[in-house]
Structure formats: structure tokens, C-alpha cells
Design a binder for this molecule. Structure first.
Ligand code: MG
Length: 391
């Protein structure tokens, strides 16, 4: 925002124990090792007097490079060495200026996302009486933000069918109306069929995280054609990250809507995928595209091509989840995404609260910026490393 000055940036690395270990084809871990960014901005408040705002951001990269090439320690390195100095030098007053300051660094979309989130959070807190992030994003998409979004839960790989059904049953009982099962060869049609038989009306997704790449289109079709009778909302990323041609062929052959996640590492890749018919459903994950402004571009591209969209998750803490709620509040996110209530992943979260409301929804924060309460004492307790840079 004009007239503001970036006073400093802090990197905070936290190790947050999960309520239960997470297991998927894109990584397994029991502790969420996450990089947070705290931005301190000086500016003018609504009364014209000097004001200071603090913004928080979260890098959604996983602890190890098992989802994409980014990982927490790598994000700490690129942030400390390149992104923090570039931003402090540039003194950005708008997101476009921040993006331009970070543009010399290729890739590292998830690390850049954390800085975008922290700066936007701080700027929105200084603007007027404070603008909620959901309203800010909706303003740019010429729409009104929804007040609540449908919640969804992603269930990790579970090779014990009885245990899996008990887990899904707990989520259904809690009020979730959409469940996504992680699948891999040998653990796909049977568990999904069992869940479908037990809960005929549940909105059901399957996510393969590229696990069928080895067999190519024919192999994937052979292993997954049994899904066609299970009324799935979508099958996510069955083939390799770079296999748009294969996904396009599979999408023509398989009577289940194909959704892409890992393959869409940029808006350019999304445009190509939509053009080729490689997917009819898109998982919009801001961190994968390079931030929430890039996610807005992806949103517009999907709307123009009539692709169905939903907001993906990366086992984020409440900080990342607050930003995802703001994004998912845009009209058009009509499939429930990976946004779960506070207790889904962490026994003790660092921001919130996000309770599950009746009807299986979560309220979109309507306070300034991210709008979530940041539990700094919990951050301090789980902090593994932190460093502050002043301008
Ligand atoms: Mg996925």
C-alpha cells in the first residue's frame, strides 16, 4: 500500500506435531516442519496517524521434497539468502512490486507464497479499518466473497479397510460431506467401493499423486476403470507431473472427471492442460502457482474454460488455512476442497479457530487480513529456529 514501509521480515521455522501421522504418495510425516514469515510494515492508519501492522505467511512446502521439489529446509535457505534481501532492498508497497522483487529467483513458488501472504496480511490490516483477505481477493475477481465454504477432509493411505471405514465414519459423523481418499496401485478400487457402498451420498474424490505413472495410460485405465461406477467427483493426478498428453488421453477414455494437481506448476501449464483437455477439474493450490495473485489468474482461466475448481491443501497450519479459506470463498469454488476444521491435523494449531459448522462448512474469516487469531505462544513453544532482518 502506498506510503508504507517494510520495517523487517522474520523467518520462523516451527515443528508442529500432527494429531496422527500423515501418509500419502506425496510424503509421509508425523511432525509438520513449516516455514512461517512475519512481516512488519509501517504505514498510516485510517485516522491518518502512524501505525504498525504485522502480517503472517506460511510456506506450504512439505518437510521433504516428496510433493514437488520444494521442502522446508530448502525454503529457509532460498528465503534467507535471496528472497528476504531482495524484498528489503525493494521496499515493495504493492503485491506487483513484491512479485517483481522476487522474480529474479526462478521457481520456489511456495517460498514466495509465504512472503506474499505475510505482506498482503500486513497491508490489508493497515488499509481503511482493515480489509479481510477474502474481500480483497473477491474485489479483484469482481465478485462477493461467500461467508462459509464447504469443508472437506483428505484421508491418507490406509491399508487396513476396517480402520479406513472407521476413520471415514468419524469424519462423516463429525459433519464432513466430502472425503478424498489417497490411492495407489493395489489400494484403489476396493477401498473406494467400500466407502461408496457405506455412504452412497458422500462427495468422494480419489487422489493418486502420480502413482499410476509407470503403467502409462493403458495401465492406469486397466487399474482404475473400476472407479467408473462409483460416482466419484474426480480422480486427481493419476499420471506423472509432466504427462499432460497422457492425462489428456486418459481423460478421453475414463468416465471419471480427471483433476490435475502436481502437473499444474504454473498458470502456463494450466492453460496448456485446459487447451489439451488433460483435465476438466482443477485443484487450485496457491502455493503451487506462486501465490494468491497467481491463483486468481488460474481461477480466471478455469472460469473462462468452464473447468470445475476446488481449493487444495498441503497439511497447512491455521495460517495457510486462513488464506485458503479466503480463496475458496470466491464464487465458482463449487466443489469442497481440502479445507478441514482446526482439529483435523493438529492437536494444537498456531492460528484459528476454524470449527466445523452445522452443514459441514467452515466460516471464512472476516477480520482484517488473514482474519485468524495467531497463537504466538504456541508458535514460540514449537519454534525450532527464527531469524529477524531489519531494513
Ligand atoms: Mg493432490
Amino acid at each position: 500500500m502506498s506510503g508504507s514501509r517494510l520495517a523487517g521480515l522474520e523467518l520462523v521455522r516451527v515443528s508442529l506435531p500432527l494429531a496422527e501421522p500423515w501418509d500419502s504418495g506425496a510424503g509421509s510425516f508425523a511432525v509438520r516442519d513449516s516455514l512461517l514469515v512475519r512481516a512488519v510494515v509501517h504505514g498510516l492508519g485510517s485516522d491518518g496517524r502512524a501505525a504498525v501492522a504485522e502480517g503472517w505467511g506460511e510456506c506450504p512446502a512439505l518437510p521433504a521434497p516428496t510433493y514437488n521439489s520444494e521442502y522446508t529446509a530448502g525454503a529457509v535457505a532460498v528465503s534467507s539468502t535471496f528472497l528476504v534481501p531482495a524484498l528489503l532492498r525493494a521496499q515493495p508497497a504493492s503485491w506487483a512490486q513484491a512479485a517483481s522483487a522476487m522474480a529474479a529467483v526462478r521457481g520456489h513458488s511456495m517460498a514466495k507464497t509465504a512472503f506474499e501472504m505475510a505482506l498482503v496480511d500486513a497491508w490489508l490490516r493497515l488499509e481503511g479499518d482493515g480489509v479481510p483477505m477474502a474481500r480483497y481477493l473477491a474485489r479483484q475477481a469482481s465478485t462477493e466473497p461467500r461467508r462459509t465454504v464447504p469443508a472437506g477432509v483428505a484421508v491418507g493411505l490406509c491399508r487396513d479397510l476396517g480402520k479406513l471405514l472407521a476413520q471415514v465414519g468419524d469424519y462423516v459423523d463429525a459433519g464432513y460431506g466430502r472425503v478424498k481418499l489417497k490411492i495407489e496401485p493395489g489400494h484403489d478400487v476396493a477401498p473406494l467401493r467400500a466407502v461408496r457402498e457405506r455412504w452412497p451420498h458422500l462427495v468422494l474424490f480419489a487422489d493418486a499423486n502420480g502413482a499410476y505413472a509407470a503403467g502409462g495410460v493403458e495401465g492406469a485405465f486397466e487399474q482404475l476403470c473400476g472407479l467408473q461406477e462409483l460416482d466419484l467427483a474426480c480422480l486427481e493426478q493419476p499420471l506423472a507431473d509432466d504427462d499432460l498428453v497422457g492425462h489428456s488421453a486418459l481423460a478421453r477414455k475414463l468416465a471419471v472427471p480427471v483433476c490435475l494437481d502436481e502437473a499444474l506448476s504454473s498458470v502456463g501449464a494450466l492453460d496448456a492442460a485446459l487447451q489439451m483437455g488433460a483435465c476438466s477439474v482443477v485443484n487450485i493450490k496457491a502455493g503451487r502457482f506462486g501465490g494468491y495473485h497467481e491463483a486468481l489468474r488460474a481461477y480466471r482461466a478455469c472460469r473462462a474454460k468452464g473447468a470445475r475448481i476446488w481449493c487444495g491443501g498441503m497439511v497447512e497450519t491455521g495460517i495457510g488455512r486462513a488464506a485458503n479459506l479466503a480463496l475458496a470463498a470466491l464464487s465458482g469454488f463449487d466443489l469442497a476442497g481440502d479445507i478441514s476444521a482446526s482439529g483435523r491435523f493438529f492437536a494444537e494449531d498456531i492460528a484459528g479457530p476454524f470449527p466445523l459448522l452445522p452443514g459441514g462448512t467452515i466460516a471464512v474469516p472476516d477480520g482484517p487480513g488473514l482474519g485468524a487469531q495467531i497463537y504466538t505462544e504456541v508458535i514460540d513453544r514449537h519454534c525450532a529456529w527464527r531469524k529477524w532482518w531489519a531494513t
